[in-house]
Design a protein around this ligand. Structure first.
Ligand SMILES: [Zn+2]
Ligand SMILES: [Zn+2]
Length: 98
């Protein structure tokens, strides 16, 4: 943005721009924070930040075969009753939100 000789107005414009950026971020369905990373996970229409996505879907008591690629993953994700390795979970559910 262009800076003027009116610092107060500049500051207001700057905060407005930051607020706009935040408002454009998807909000995490679990922690309700705007997701400010370059990616978010989208499951059933809900966005999750990386931390909440892992909290909710990551399991790891014993290695299990990924249902997409067959890789024995530990930990693994269970999303919509499907066992997925981290790579396949990223492929399927991670979205670029920049
Ligand atoms: Zn979250
Ligand atoms: Zn896989």
């Amino acid at each position: 943005m262009l800076w003027t000789d009116d610092p107060e107005r500049d500051f207001d414009r700057y905060t407005a721009e930051q607020d706009e950026k935040l408002a454009a971020c998807p909000v995490c369905a679990d922690c309700k924070d705007p997701i400010q990373s370059w990616f978010a996970y989208k499951v059933d229409g809900d966005y999750y930040c990386e931390i909440c996505f892992n909290d909710r879907f990551l399991q790891g008591d014993e290695p299990r075969g990924c249902e997409r690629c067959g890789f024995k993953a530990e930990p693994y994700y269970i999303i919509n009753d499907e066992v997925l390795c981290a790579h396949c979970a990223d492929e399927e559910f991670r979205e670029d939100i920049t």
